[in-house]
Write a protein that binds this ligand. Structure first.
Ligand SMILES: Nc1ncnc2c1ncn2[C@@H]1O[C@H](COP(=O)(O)OP(=O)(O)O)[C@@H](O)[C@H]1O
Ligand SMILES: [Mg+2]
Length: 269
C-alpha cells in the first residue's frame, strides 16, 4: 500500500492510498473545511436473473462543503447508482453514508424522503418536470408539504426563476420551453429548499453545447455562492468546470484528478 498526499492550493489535502496495481483503495481529504459527506465502504449489487451485477464496489469518499465534483466513467460504471444513493433515492447494501454528520445508511424510506426534501436538490438529464404545471408551479412543488405558506412559496419560486433567467417564462408549461429553459426550471426547483447538496446526473446530457455552457455558468455561480455540487457528465469540457473529477470504473473509484488545481498541486509525500 502506497500513501500519497496531494495539496490542492490551500483548499484541501487529499490522501490517496494505492495498492500494488495502483488501484485507489481509499481516498480522503483533510482540510480546514467541514465535511459535508463522508462515505465509507459503499456497496450496491443488482440481481438480474441468475447474475449479480456489482454496481458499486467499496466506494470511499469525503466531500467538503462547497466542493465542486464531476463524476465520469463509462456507461454502466455505477455513476447513477452512486448519485441515487447520495440523493437518498435508494440505499446501499452495505457501507456508511454521513450527510452533515448524520448516518443515513440505516434510515427507512420515509426518513430518507425527509432528508432528501430538506438537504438535497436533484437535477436530472431529462429534467423530470411535470408537464401540466407551469414553470412556477414546478418550482413550488417541493414546498407543497412543507410549513412554508403558499404565498411565501410563490415569492421564493419567483425569485429563483428570476435568478436562473426565466422571469419572463414563469407561467409557461414545459412544452412551451426550450431544453435549456426546462433545465433552468429544474435547477430553480432543486434550489427551493436551500439544499446542502446539489446532485446533477448528466444535467447537460440532452442539451447542445452552447446551452450546456449556459447551464454550467449557472452551476459555477451556485458554486461561487457556496453551494456543494456533485455532477455526472460524459463531457470533459463540462467536467472542467468542477474542481475535481472522480473516474468510476466497474463500480470502483479508478482515478481522481484535479483539473483546475493541477498546476498548484504539490505532491508532498
Ligand atoms: N435498477 C437496476 N436493476 C438492475 N441493474 C441495475 C439497476 N440499476 C443499475 N443497474 C446496473 O448497475 C450497473 C451500474 O449502472 P448505473 O449506475 O446506471 O451506471 P452509469 O450511470 O454509470 O451508466 C450497470 O451494470 C447497470 O446495468
Ligand atoms: Mg447513468
Amino acid at each position: 500500500m502506497v500513501g500519497k498526499s496531494i495539496e490542492f492550493g490551500s483548499l484541501f489535502t487529499m490522501v490517496l492510498q494505492m495498492d500494488n496495481n495502483m488501484n485507489i483503495e481509499y481516498c480522503y481529504k483533510q482540510g480546514s473545511r467541514e465535511n459535508a459527506l463522508v462515505i465509507k465502504g459503499l456497496n450496491k449489487s443488482f440481481v438480474m436473473g441468475d447474475a449479480e451485477v456489482k454496481a458499486l464496489d467499496n466506494i470511499n469518499l469525503l466531500i467538503a462543503h462547497n466542493d465542486y465534483i464531476a463524476i465520469m466513467g463509462p456507461s454502466g460504471s455505477g455513476k447513477s447508482t452512486l448519485m441515487n444513493i447520495l440523493g437518498c433515492l435508494t440505499t446501499a447494501d452495505a457501507g456508511s453514508y454521513l450527510l452533515n454528520g448524520q448516518e443515513l445508511a440505516t434510515l427507512n424510506d420515509d426518513q430518507l424522503a425527509s432528508i432528501r426534501n430538506q438537504y438535497i436538490g436533484f437535477i436530472f438529464q431529462s429534467f423530470n418536470l411535470q408537464s401540466r404545471r407551469t414553470a412556477l408551479e414546478n418550482v413550488m412543488l417541493p414546498l407543497r408539504f412543507s410549513k412554508v405558506s403558499r404565498e411565501e412559496a410563490t415569492i421564493k419560486a419567483k425569485a429563483l426563476l428570476e435568478r436562473v433567467g426565466l422571469a419572463e417564462r414563469m407561467e409557461h408549461c414545459p412544452s412551451e420551453l426550450s431544453g435549456g429553459q426546462r433545465q433552468r426550471v429544474a435547477i430553480a426547483r432543486a434550489l427551493i429548499n436551500e439544499p446542502t447538496l446539489i446532485l446533477a446526473d448528466e444535467p447537460t446530457g440532452n442539451l447542445d453545447s452552447n446551452t450546456s455552457e449556459e447551464i454550467m455558468r449557472l452551476f459555477d455561480e451556485l458554486h461561487s455562492n457556496g453551494q456543494t455540487i456533485i455532477m455526472v457528465t460524459h463531457e470533459p469540457t463540462i467536467a472542467a468546470h468542477a474542481q475535481l473529477t472522480i473516474q468510476l470504473e466497474d463500480g470502483q473509484i479508478h482515478e481522481i484528478s484535479g483539473i483546475h488545481y493541477e498546476e498548484t498541486a504539490a505532491i508532498t509525500a
